[in-house]
Write a protein that binds this ligand. Sequence first.
Ligand code: ATP
Ligand code: MG
Length: 773
Amino acid sequence: MEKYLAELNEAQLAPVLHKDGPLMVIAGAGSGKTRVLTYRIAYLMSLGVDSFNILSLTFTNKAAREMKKRIADIVGNSEAKNLWMGTFHSVFAKILRIEADKLGYPSNFTIYDTQDSQRLISSIIKEMGLDKDVYKYKQVQSRISSYKNSLITVKAYFNNPELVEADAMAKRPRMGEIYNAYVERCFKSGAMDFDDLLLKTNELLTRFPEVLAKYQERFRYILVDEYQDTNHSQYLIVKALSDKFQNICVVGDDAQSIYAFRGANINNILNYQKDYEGVKVYRLEQNYRSTKNIVEAANCVIEKNKTRLDKVVWTHNEDGPLIKVHRSSTDADEGRFVAGSIFETRMQQQESNGHFAVLYRTNSQSRAIEDALRKRDIPYRIYGGLSFYQRKEIKDVLAYLRLVINPNDEEALIRIINYPARGIGQTTIDKLTVIANEYKRSIFEVISHMDRIDLKINSGTKARLEEFVNMIRSFQIMNTNADAFALAEHVSKKSGILQEFKKDGTPEGIARMENVEELLNGIKDFVEGQREIDGATGALSEFLEDVALATDLDKDTGDDDRVALMTIHLAKGLEFPYVYIVGMEEDLFPSAMSMNTRSELEEERRLFYVALTRAEKQAYLTYAQSRYRWGKLVDSEPSRFIEEIDDKYLDYLTPIDTGYRYKPLVDVDIFGEVDKSKLRMQKPSNSAPPAYHKPSEEKLRKLRKLKPDISEPIGNNQQDTSLAVGTIVEHERFGRGEVIRLEGIGNDKKAEIKFTNGEVKKLLLRFAKLTIV
Ligand code: ATP
Ligand code: MG
């Protein structure tokens, strides 16, 4: 252990050696937070803490696997294997399976992915006869998801007149009914969606004190990485589990909180010291990841945020090259520049593909980059987007397998009851849905008992339904003694899916068949891999759980050498020697949808901070003068985030210009450097005044279509003064309240607020994010 502790600096060593009681490591990007977490676990184990008593929650399962590997190096594999490590979703899915019966769920419950949830919601909207343009299923789904993440159950929803009214105002008065139907249908199908995994865990821990006690006793040491991005539901789970021993270690960086749009609550990190008694706070300052230029440029940017904790980040690493900024005419040109640059750097520096990452704000930007990489024969992998497991043919095969495990899984059944076509028409399926809902049974149960229920369907259809039931039953029997691979292979043949593709014969059909083969290979790997781990059996149910919770990053085995393409959100926690941040344009990054309030804009800036700090050696910022968006060519101007970096860290490259604005360019790469003064003139948009660097406020508003700040958070800014006793304010979590007292000055200014629920809270204005109403 001594040897390993020497791999930490003094500041990192302190939180690693901290034994009992709550602690928090709050530090900037690349300063070793994840490393501290990893070594702390190893250290605890070396002190004799039983690996069964440690729970570690990470942002991706891949991160968990890597940490486990490192810990295994230090303390040995046999002990490391027992650690509970993974994302909130995967760890609590495991616990829910063990305790499912308490909540009335079968332990083999299905996990619905977003696609399943959306399809179910869309069918409920249709059955209720609602206008699908008013009740847009995606919006309804995301609304239900946010209720769940705020722990608002159906009952709580109907008990909250404000929520009901808000939906009525939004012309969706039947939102609550949809929510109710959705929850009932999921329950009937023995299915939980992603949000349920947290919601139900909370329910389990609150309703069953003995269960809570059991897991409190078990998880004596709890560690959470990326704590700044936990949502309310996750916060409560951690709080409940750690309540007894209070051995809770969270690490995070408020400057990297980028999931507010999904309900993450930065206050979880800001309030941590209030939530636990005697919290020891550790700070790390030295960045080991990036060059001086990158670290300092990133500092420059994040300093512009008003809501943040004061933090210092510096590095002993070398200066490194300047950050390269590149302008191109179109998005296609931008792609060509990136591909060309990767191609050249790879040659000149003898680098492998895996050392390059291209990061973007939205998934749709990947297409132009992909086209260019393909032309250059540069292998790449896209993370996010439509994942392998969401492709139609894969979901179809998986649906059969899901039915084998849980025949009540309605989404799976509806998907394949007539695929491949077996003469069971939509009318029959609709009829079955209605009857099943009436009896509060699943369709599978209904068709298994056709002798007892008069379905009013003809005998031909009845026979076909019977055949279907028998087929699924035969798969279930096989599942009791065959492994997941043998079964999956049998199912894909017997169900007729493979024949369907063969018959099809088109290149697309062949590609689909290959995908199914790839799935089977994956299952084989899984079965073989699992056999090496004690306790795991390679059972089909285990495989399905893995698939349901796999993020795209998880499939990255790291053994093939490819350029990584992903959104910045996905890149959190990762690092690459060369990073290209593309689409650095106003309205794209920062996104047009995030410029209405200061807090939204600050979240975009944090996102940029995350992007830039992924780079170890060299960062590139690229932007295009015009790009296709929503099928139209739109002019754009460079992102304000480029402006926010001090020029001394930037190196503006000569733009590749074909002279033909929208004509594709032959592959050329010119990396000549230019006099910066020239660049000023070359900055795009001829109409922009030369003083672009410091546009007037009015100009800025016009340029950026900034609406007047309607919900300017009162933080460490001029708005402070507008707060007086008697002011009515709105708080993100506590709702509306009245200021009853003010105290302190500057950074320490606090307000005592009486909220409408009667609670009085004293809040530090610097963090409270209040809005005057
Ligand atoms: P992020 O905020 O991006 O999640 P982080 O704070 O978790 O970053 P790590 O990923 O733990 O930082 O560390 C960043 C890099 O620095 C890693 O490659 C890590 O191995 C390296 N590193 C951290 N501490 C040290 C150290 N004391 N000596 C050498 N390398 C270190
Ligand atoms: Mg980290």
